[in-house]
Design a protein around this ligand. Sequence first.
Ligand code: NPQ
Ligand code: MG
Length: 369
Amino acid sequence: MKTKISGVELRRIAMPLVAPFRTSFGVESSRDVLVVRVVTPDGEGWAECAAMSEPRYCSEYVDGAQDVLRRFLIPALSGSGLDADALGRAVEPFTGHRMAKSALQTAVLDAQLRASGESFGSFLGAARDRVPCGVSVGIMDTVGELLDAVEGYVAEGYVRIKLKIEPGWDVAPVRAVRERFGDDLLLQVDANAAYSLADAGQLAKLDDFGLLMIEQPLANDDLVQHARLAGRLRTPLCLDESIESAAHAAAAIELGACSVINVKPARVGGYLEARRVHDVARAHGVPVWCGGMLETGIGRAANVALAALPGFTLPGDTSGSSRYFATDVTEPFVLREGHLDVPTGPGLGVEPLPDVLAEVTTSREWIAL
Ligand code: NPQ
Ligand code: MG
């Protein structure tokens, strides 16, 4: 028996960040998050959309995601009922818009799992009940500020540090962090596509610092050039923006464009596809880890569940709530011994706190089905 979906609520919330987060593509000091709530006659499911306010990380942006959900994606699921697999097929005729698709599918999956009493972790195939956590550290004005920030995160217990880099902010900050915290610190960098193959010589200087990986040094569509770069570096290459599907993952591995993959469910269109990326990578012996998009507790819960799959052998950007927000919309995720517990309740295992949610809400829209 198919459970019908009555409608979908699209809500926007304003979530100020505890500190501005600077990357090679811009600075963000507040998240404008699209929250999706799928409603059935006897339940509901929640998700958040990873799209940023502006199309800088990728082509999607939050107003665009809301538009495509309202006009195309939500109407397309009228026939599919409460079934995340069927939803995947129903939205397939529409190209791209993976973050919007991911949010809708995740909310449907949450409703489906709540109804059957199964947790996200159990559904996805989690192999452990807690996951080790890393943290992504933005570009700063000075190396001194960076060292203070890293010191704070190390003191909180984060087991791996990722430094955002760009031309002019790469070797010096990496050297300073290595000198201050020693060779045992698990350390990696993320360029968010800020370099070109002509910078291979500069990137090769990072080989001296024992980094776990360099993440997405070149442009998103430069798989062949990533493969060339990989041949000129000792440091492993990881792809993030370049991998939008399991097919891309297979192609990148085959080409030698990466030896590690950052899996972000939103970037690949949802948790079902994210699991397929994991499966492809694992079959090739390529380690994966779970990326982050500055999620609230709603998105964080599902990420932590995914990060518990057996192929996730590296610590992810699954930081605690306090890394980004003074007040989260769910019970906060708190690090214990550098780990976060995988939620065990039905579905995501967390729910937005009604009072907090009401306080941060800036708009609501109901799409009836
Ligand atoms: C990455 N995330 O791995 C992304 C990039 C990123 C945790 O480093 C607002 C919303 C700001 C999403 C900044 C991390 C963001 C964002 C950076 C994503 O490349
Ligand atoms: Mg990245």
